[in-house]
Design a protein around this ligand. Structure first.
Ligand SMILES: NC(=O)c1ccc[n+]([C@@H]2O[C@H](COP(=O)([O-])OP(=O)(O)OC[C@H]3O[C@@H](n4cnc5c(N)ncnc54)[C@H](OP(=O)(O)O)[C@@H]3O)[C@@H](O)[C@H]2O)c1
Length: 307
């Protein structure tokens, strides 16, 4: 061991490919730079972007690479200029790829409420930021009726709960198996796929004001038909957005980092939840990626790093 450098376990890959390229490796613990904090990770989330990166779909990147961008844990080092959080506090937030590791560096964070588990908190990170960003950009306003396409996955659940908290009526698409759960949150569920326009119209006879496409499943033409306008539809995942004149948000145009504290506050009021669909160990991250890739998680797949 080099002086001052501790070695920690991290999930990494040395080549692009299928889930089998993921390995638990020994690496140097990262150090926080100015404006960052380092945490001892308790739990990290799996997001679709993790397996898209791992597959090489985003073109060449630096290898070996870490995986995971959302984590929850205990602050153990603070970078220069950080004065809103102290060593020993429990937080959840976002990192560069590499959060599925014993230590991770966070660029943005929020305090974890005591009653929120580390596992559930890890699932709040990317979901809440993306959902709030899309709703702000649309924008979705109180009193409106909104369609959320892909309502039962991570970002979809965050979007429907923020929209309900903002005072909108929310119609959410999901497979039948998720309808009761969505109804319990206050969402009007409809099945996605052929006939979507007719089903939404019968659920919302007074019309639809806006639509957020989360699933990127090719539903933009139906969402445009429902709202009657391309500027009242936004997508986070459909690469055909340009072709339809619909805005796509990637986060490059700005973040909504306040969404994490907002999700935590709503959680404490019993108005925000992110179900943990399954907990994996660090040795099982390949399985977690494969499960996420199948595309039907309710809530989040979580990796428990330490208990
Ligand atoms: N642009 C950005 O900043 C940004 C940020 C985060 C994520 N994303 C992207 O957004 C997408 C969604 O992310 P996520 O984390 O919410 O994914 P996720 O949690 O894996 O989404 C799974 C959900 O998708 C639903 N689904 C599957 N096929 C569908 C279809 N044809 N129509 C409607 N819903 C369908 C499933 O519902 P059922 O189980 O009921 O079928 C399931 O609940 C991913 O492509 C991700 O890469 C983009």
């Amino acid at each position: 061991m080099r002086e001052g450098v501790i070695t920690v376990k991290a999930v990494r890959y040395e080549e692009f490919g299928g889930p089998e390229v993921l390995r638990v490796m020994e690496v140097d613990a990262p150090r926080p730079r100015a404006g960052e904090v380092r945490i001892a990770v308790r739990a990290a989330a799996v997001n679709p972007v993790d397996w898209k990166m791992r597959s090489g779909a985003f073109g060449s990147g630096r290898l070996p690479a870490g995986t995971g961008m959302d984590a929850a844990g205990i602050v153990d080092q603070v970078g220069e200029g950080v004065d809103d959080i102290a060593v020993g506090e429990a937080v959840f937030g976002s990192s560069a790829p590499g959060a599925i590791a014993e230590y991770a560096v966070l660029r943005e964070w929020a305090r974890k409420p005591e009653s929120l588990s580390f596992e559930e908190a890890a699932g709040f990170v990317m979901t809440s930021e993306t959902a709030r960003r899309a709703l702000n950009l649309l924008p979705a306003r109180a009193g409106e009726t909104l369609v959320v396409n892909g309502a039962s996955g991570g970002v979809g659940l965050a979007a429907v709960q923020f929209a309900l908290a903002d005072g909108l009526t929310v119609i959410g698409t999901a497979s039948e198996a998720n309808h009761e759960f969505l109804r319990g949150l206050g969402v009007i569920p409809v099945v996605y796929g052929d006939g979507l326009v007719e089903r939404v119209r019968s659920a919302a006879p007074d019309g639809v004001d806006g639509a957020v496409d989360i699933a990127g499943s090719g539903a933009l033409p139906q969402l445009i038909e429902l709202t009657g306008r391309t500027d009242r539809v936004i997508t986070i995942a459909d690469p055909a957005a340009d072709q339809y004149g619909v805005r796509m948000t990637s986060g490059k145009e700005g973040h909504a980092p306040e969404a994490r504290a907002e999700a935590a506050a709503l959680f404490e009021q019993g108005r925000f939840t992110m179900p943990v669909a399954r907990i994996f160990s660090m040795d099982e991250v390949a399985e977690a990626h494969a499960a996420s890739e199948r595309g039907h998680v309710r809530g989040k797949y979580i990796v428990q790093v330490a208990s």
